[in-house]
Design a protein around this ligand. Structure first.
Ligand SMILES: Cc1ncc(COP(=O)(O)O)c(C=O)c1O
Length: 393
């Protein structure tokens, strides 16, 4: 679907709809008069096919205990095939209420208090929150910037593993916030290190469908034709792709039978939640029908990114914009213009923007910000104007 038609058909106003992004600004940022380009959801409605299926189900009027939605896995598999993604097996799948919830569960299940867990920073902040909340030791290996593009520091990563002996590595693929879609070679290198040192890999692939042109996503399960399946757990969800986060339906994929048995036993003891009927129905119909919708969304994200990048290059050429290969999150280094200590004053108090601050992703990323591009071109234009205006002042 053409970008213009996508924007015209699916843009929605979200203020006063109990949206965290729009209606929790006072609570989260201490001010209501900000333009929100923070938390990762979108100003776009899910496809009509999904809304129609939900309406029909709602009209039925009964929301009692439910089975897994009929043909759910076939719908997922069809989507994976059409989008040239990996083949998963149905027996690997369990449902959860969200990827972050699964991170907390899998840390509980596969590690003990005091164990070390490694992540590659800057990274989606619930990774470090989960590790700390669960009283595990946080080990970080910083990504390095190589000509506008972040890469893994494999030497540092392996050394940290040797020194601190983590039990688990939480991989973010594609990577939020630096926008990388890791290549098979990169994944193979990092998974080989984990295999060598017996580190269990938890691969968060929630952004796997949000991949921009010229890039190809590779799931950890497919790397080296499945060579790492016995030390791998994958989490993903339809929520990021189709804007369904509040419907509480996500996936945990465990290819290895022993790991799966351990998780099932843990779940029996600690997790007796039902599936989300509405969440599963929405996801199933989206997997069956939302190809064109996704195409329109990806064009919109890419166009917003190119616009923002161009404007910044023209007016603030020293801002470093990380190359966006995947995700809809743009990562900016403002340190050439703004003193790290004044970033909130400039961007939020003067620029009137609600963004994600770099230090949420790593203490060493003060002076960076993350902007959400999954919105209308008007909101992106306005937010870039406000950012440029505040910095130039
Ligand atoms: C890498 C990553 N994992 C997980 C999530 C959130 O997943 P959920 O809403 O299913 O907890 C996000 C949301 O932005 C994310 O970027």
């Amino acid at each position: 679907m053409e970008k213009e038609q996508f924007i015209k058909t699916y843009s929605v106003q979200r203020k006063k709809t109990d949206s965290i992004k729009w209606d929790a600004l006072e609570e989260r940022f201490g001010s209501n008069d900000l333009l929100p380009v923070w938390v990762a959801d979108m100003e776009f409605a899910t496809p009509e096919t999904v809304r129609d299926a939900l309406s029909e189900r709602i009209q039925h009027g009964v929301f009692g205990y439910s089975l897994v939605t009929t043909d759910y896995f076939q719908a997922y598999q069809g989507w994976q095939e059409r989008h040239e993604q990996s083949k998963f097996q149905e027996e690997w799948l369990s449902f959860s209420t969200g990827v972050v919830q699964s991170l907390y569960d899998l840390i509980d299940c596969f590690t003990e208090e005091g164990d070390a867990i490694i992540i590659q920073t800057p990274v989606y902040y619930p990774f470090s929150h989960a590790i700390r909340d669960k009283h595990r030791c946080l080990v970080t290996s910083d990504l390095i910037l190589d000509d506008g593009r972040y890469v893994m520091d494999l030497k540092d990563f392996e050394q940290k593993i040797i020194d601190q002996q983590p039990k688990m590595f939480i991989l973010c693929s594609p990577h939020n916030p630096v926008g990388r879609v890791w290549s098979e070679e990169e994944l193979s290198a990092v998974l080989t290190i984990c295999q060598k040192h017996q580190v269990l890999v938890l691969s968060d692939e929630i952004h796997s469908d949000i991949v921009l042109s010229d890039h190809q996503f590779c799931s950890s399960v497919s790397v080296a034709e499945g060579k790492f399946l016995d030390q791998l757990i994958l989490v993903n969800s339809p929520s990021k792709t189709f804007n369904l986060a509040s419907l509480l339906n996500s996936h945990v994929w465990i290819p290895d039978e022993d790991l799966r048995k351990t998780y099932q036993a843990w779940k029996k003891q600690y997790k007796q939640t039902e599936n989300s009927l509405i969440g599963q129905l929405a996801a199933k119909v989206a997997y069956e029908t939302a190809d064109e919708w996704l195409d329109g969304l990806l064009q919109t994200i890419e166009s917003n990114y190119l616009y923002a990048k161009k404007r910044l290059a023209e007016e603030l050429p020293e801002v470093i914009v990380a190359d966006l290969e995947g995700t809809y999150l743009m990562w900016l280094d403002l340190r050439s213009y703004v003193d790290k200590k004044q970033i909130k004053q400039v961007v939020q108090d003067e620029g009137k923007l609600a963004i994600d601050f770099g230090e949420w992703f790593s203490p060493r990323a003060k002076g960076f910000i993350r902007i959400n591009l999954a919105t209308t071109p008007e909101i992106i234009e306005q937010s870039i104007n406000q950012l440029i205006g505040a910095i130039q002042q």
